[in-house]
Design a protein around this ligand. Structure first.
Ligand code: GLN
Length: 241
C-alpha cells in the first residue's frame, strides 16, 4: 500500500493571517477527489515539524511573526531534513520572504537572516503593494497559465543567480524589482499571492501535487472552480485592483 501524501501546514497561527491555510485544504481536496489518501498535519510553534512530509506549506504573516518562525524552523531543523528527502515546499508572502537569504523588518529595517532555501533577498520597498495581482506562470515544458490572487506586502524581493522567477507580473507588483513574481529553486516555490492562491489556481495546486507524488494526475472537471477563476481574471483585467 502506498502511504498517504503527507501535507504539513507549518505554523498556521504565526503565518496564517491571510487565510493561506486554505492552500492545505485545496491540496487535500484535490487528492481526495482523485481517490488518493492524504494526511494533513497542522504544526503550531512549539510542535515538532514532521521530517517526512511530502509537501510543506508556509503562509503570510506580520514582520515579527516572520522572525519567530525563522528562529523556530532553524532550531527544529526538520523542514531542512524533509527537503533533503525530496519534499516540496510552497511558501506564500511572509513564508516566501523567510525562505530567502535575508529580509528586513520594522521601521528601522533590521536585517534578519532567512532559511537560505531560495537565493533571494527582501527589503522594504518605497510603497506597500496592496491589491489584486495577475501573473503569467511558465512551466518547464513551455506552457503558460495565468495566476490570480491578491498581494499585501511591504517587502520587495530581488532574485539571485540560483533562483528563477515563478511568473511574470501582468497586473500588480510581485517581486517588484524587475517585473518578476515569486521564485523557484529546486523543489522550493515562493510566491506573493494570497487568495488562497491554490484555490484560485488549480493548475498550480496540481503542479505541486505532481511534483510531490512524482506522478501525472488525471485532470479534474470542476466547472464552478473555473467559473470563479475566470471572474477574478476578468475583473483584474478590467482594471479592478
Ligand atoms: N511582513 C511582510 C511584508 O509586509 C509579509 C506580509 C505578508 O505576509 N502579507 O512584506
Amino acid at each position: 500500500m502506498t502511504r498517504p501524501v503527507k501535507i504539513a501546514l507549518v505554523y498556521q497561527s504565526l503565518l496564517g493571517i491571510y487565510g493561506d491555510r486554505g492552500n492545505a485544504t485545496v491540496l487535500g481536496k484535490r487528492l481526495q477527489w482523485r481517490g488518493i489518501d492524504h494526511e494533513l498535519v497542522v504544526v503550531e510553534p512549539g510542535d515538532a515539524v514532521p521530517a517526512d512530509a511530502s509537501i510543506y506549506l508556509l503562509g503570510g504573516g506580520e514582520d515579527m511573526a516572520q522572525v519567530s518562525a525563522v528562529s523556530a524552523l532553524q532550531t527544529d531543523g526538520n523542514l531542512f531534513r524533509g527537503l533533503d528527502e525530496g519534499a516540496v515546499l510552497f511558501a506564500v508572502c511572509a513564508g516566501y520572504q523567510i525562505c530567502g537569504k535575508t529580509f528586513t523588518v520594522g521601521d528601522r529595517d533590521e536585517v534578519i537572516e532567512g532559511l537560505g532555501l531560495l537565493d533571494v533577498t527582501t527589503e522594504r520597498g518605497p510603497q506597500r503593494a496592496v491589491g489584486e495581482i495577475l501573473t503569467r506562470w511558465s512551466r518547464a515544458d513551455g506552457t503558460t497559465s495565468l495566476i490570480t490572487g491578491f498581494e499585501n506586502h511591504g517587502g520587495y524581493t530581488t532574485l539571485g543567480q540560483d533562483a528563477n522567477p515563478l511568473a511574470r507580473v501582468v497586473v500588480g507588483v510581485g517581486n517588484a524589482n524587475d517585473g518578476s513574481e515569486g521564485a523557484v529553486q529546486g523543489r522550493v516555490i515562493g510566491t506573493y499571492p494570497h487568495g488562497p492562491v491554490l484555490a484560485r489556481n488549480p493548475d498550480l495546486a496540481d503542479h505541486l501535487l505532481e511534483l510531490a507524488t512524482g506522478t501525472t494526475l488525471e485532470p479534474l472537471d470542476k466547472p464552478e472552480i473555473e467559473r470563479l477563476r475566470e471572474q477574478r481574471i476578468e475583473a483584474v483585467q478590467r482594471g479592478a485592483r
